[in-house]
Design a protein around this ligand. Structure first.
Ligand SMILES: [Zn+2]
Length: 432
C-alpha cells in the first residue's frame, strides 16, 4: 500500500513535469547584431565563421566590403563574437538582446488553432488550419471563387489556394505566399489582398477583381509554416529530412540556375537547394500547376511575397545580365514603391534581385520568368527595414498597414504593366 502511494506520488510528479516541459525551440539570450563590413579580412573572417559554426545564424552571407549584415548569435558565443569584432575592428550594433523575448511577446498575437474561420482577421496571426478553413469559407460565400488543392507536401498536406475568375478572357495574376515558413507577414498579407478583392468597394480594387483573374496561394510551404508554430519559430525551409539535417529552401529548389551562387548544397544550411532540381514535392506541385495553366489561363504576372527588407525585386537573381524587358521592370517597380510610399510613407527599394539584395539561384520568380516566359515577375520583401530589430516577427499591429502597402503596389504595378501593353492579346512583350 505504502509503495503504491509512493509510486502514485512519483508518477504524478512525473506527469506534472512532463506537462511543463516543452519541446519548442528556444532562443533565450540569442542576440541580433547588425555588422558593417569594411575590409576584406572581415569578409573572410565572417565567411569562415559561417562555415565552421552553427551557433551563428546569418541573414544573408558576407560577400564584400561596404556591406551590412545581420547575424543572430547564440548566447554561449557572445564572448567570442565580441572578441572577434574587437580583433578585426568590425563595427556593429546589437539590435536585440534576446530573440526569445520577442517570440514570447508574439504569442499573445496568435489566435488559437481552434479559432472558427468566421473569426479570422488581420489583427492576429493564424495557424495553417485556420487559414485553410477561412479559404474554404470564402469559397462557400463568394461566386467566381474556387478552391484549388495541389498535390501534397512532404508531410502530405495539400498546397491550398483559390482561383478568382469573373471572366475567362481576363489575364491572370499569380500570388505565391509563404514559401519561407517564418515570414508570417506573407500569408497574412496575401489573405488580406484576397479579402479586399472579394469585398472592397474601392473602384481601383474592384477593377482588379473584375478585369484580372487571380490565383492566390497563401501558404505554399505548409509543413514549414506549421512547424514555425509547433516546433521552431525561426524555421525557413520545408521539413523533409536529408541525412541528419532537414529542410530544403523551396525558393532555391526551382530549375533556374539550380544550386548556383546564393544557394547551398549542405542540407544543414538555411539555403539548402535540395537533392536535385525541383526535388521537393512542393516545388513539383507548384511547377506542374503553373506549366499546365500559364498559357490557358494567360498568367502574365507573378508575385512572390516574402519578408523582410522592404524591396520590390525582379529577375535575375543568379546573373548580372539584364532581363530582356529590364527597362519595363524598372519602370513598373518604381510605380510599386511610389504607391507604397503614398500609403503609409514607408520607403521600399526596387531593382533586379542580384543588384538589390544578394545573388540567389533556383528561386521561383527567376524560374517563372525564364522557363514560363511570365514577363511581369516580382519578389516582394515586405516590412521591416533591412536593419529591422524584429526580422520575421513583425508585430501583428503592422499586418494591416503592410498588407495595404502590398495591395497599393499591386494596383499600381498592374496599371503600369497594362499601360506598357502586357495585358493585350498578343501583347506578351517577351515574345518580341
Ligand atoms: Zn523569404
Amino acid at each position: 500500500m505504502r509503495s503504491y502511494f509512493v509510486f502514485c506520488l512519483l508518477f504524478s510528479a512525473f506527469m506534472v513535469n512532463a506537462a511543463q516541459v516543452s519541446n519548442l525551440a528556444r532562443y533565450d539570450h540569442f542576440r541580433l547584431y547588425r555588422l558593417f563590413i569594411e575590409t576584406e579580412s572581415q569578409v573572410k573572417m565572417l565567411q569562415q565563421l559561417e562555415d565552421i559554426s552553427d551557433s551563428y545564424s546569418f541573414m544573408g552571407h558576407a560577400r564584400q566590403v561596404n556591406q551590412n549584415l545581420t547575424i543572430m548569435v547564440a548566447p554561449h558565443k557572445i564572448a567570442e563574437i565580441t572578441e572577434l569584432m574587437e580583433r578585426f575592428e568590425l563595427q556593429g550594433t546589437v539590435l536585440l538582446h534576446s530573440m526569445q523575448e520577442l517570440i514570447d511577446k508574439e504569442q499573445f498575437t496568435i489566435k488559437p488553432k481552434t479559432t472558427p474561420p468566421a473569426e479570422f482577421n488581420w489583427q492576429y496571426y493564424h495557424h495553417l488550419t485556420t487559414i485553410n478553413q477561412w479559404l474554404q469559407l470564402q469559397v462557400n460565400t463568394y461566386p467566381h471563387l474556387e478552391l484549388i488543392q495541389l498535390d501534397g507536401s512532404y508531410e502530405n498536406q495539400s498546397l491550398i489556394g483559390v482561383k478568382l475568375a469573373k471572366n475567362p478572357d481576363n489575364f491572370a495574376v499569380f500570388l505565391e505566399c509563404g514559401i519561407h515558413a517564418r515570414e508570417w507577414i506573407s500569408p497574412a498579407s496575401c489573405t488580406f489582398v484576397l479579402n479586399e478583392l472579394l469585398t472592397s468597394t474601392r473602384p481601383d480594387v474592384r477593377n482588379l477583381a473584375d478585369n484580372f483573374n487571380w490565383f492566390i496561394f497563401p501558404v505554399v510551404n505548409p509543413d514549414g509554416y506549421r512547424y514555425t508554430f509547433e516546433g521552431d519559430r525561426l524555421w525557413r525551409k520545408n521539413t523533409r529530412p536529408y541525412g541528419l539535417c532537414r529542410g530544403v529552401d523551396l525558393n532555391r529548389n526551382f530549375a533556374s540556375d539550380w544550386n548556383g551562387q546564393g544557394a547551398s548544397s549542405d542540407p544543414c544550411r538555411y539555403d539548402f537547394a535540395g537533392g536535385s532540381e525541383a526535388s521537393e514535392p512542393e516545388t513539383q506541385a507548384l511547377a506542374k500547376f503553373l506549366r499546365a495553366n500559364v498559357a490557358e489561363q494567360r498568367i502574365r504576372t507573378y508575385f512572390s511575397i516574402h519578408s523582410f527588407s522592404q524591396l520590390v525585386m525582379f529577375p535575375y537573381g543568379y546573373t548580372t545580365e539584364r532581363a530582356p524587358n529590364y527597362n519595363d521592370l524598372v519602370a513598373i517597380g518604381k510605380e510599386g514603391i511610389k504607391a507604397i510610399e503614398n500609403t503609409h510613407g514607408m520607403q521600399y527599394v526596387s531593382g533586379a534581385m542580384i543588384e538589390t539584395i544578394y545573388p540567389s539561384s533556383g528561386d521561383s520568380v527567376d524560374w517563372v520568368y525564364s522557363a514560363l516566359d511570365i514577363p511581369i515577375a516580382y519578389t516582394f520583401e515586405l516590412r521591416g527595414p533591412p536593419d529591422s530589430t524584429n526580422m520575421f516577427l513583425l508585430p501583428a499591429n503592422e499586418i494591416i498597414p503592410t498588407a495595404e502597402e502590398l495591395l497599393a503596389a499591386i494596383v499600381a504595378m498592374l496599371d503600369a504593366a497594362k499601360r506598357l501593353g502586357y495585358y493585350s492579346t498578343g501583347g506578351n512583350k517577351m515574345e518580341l
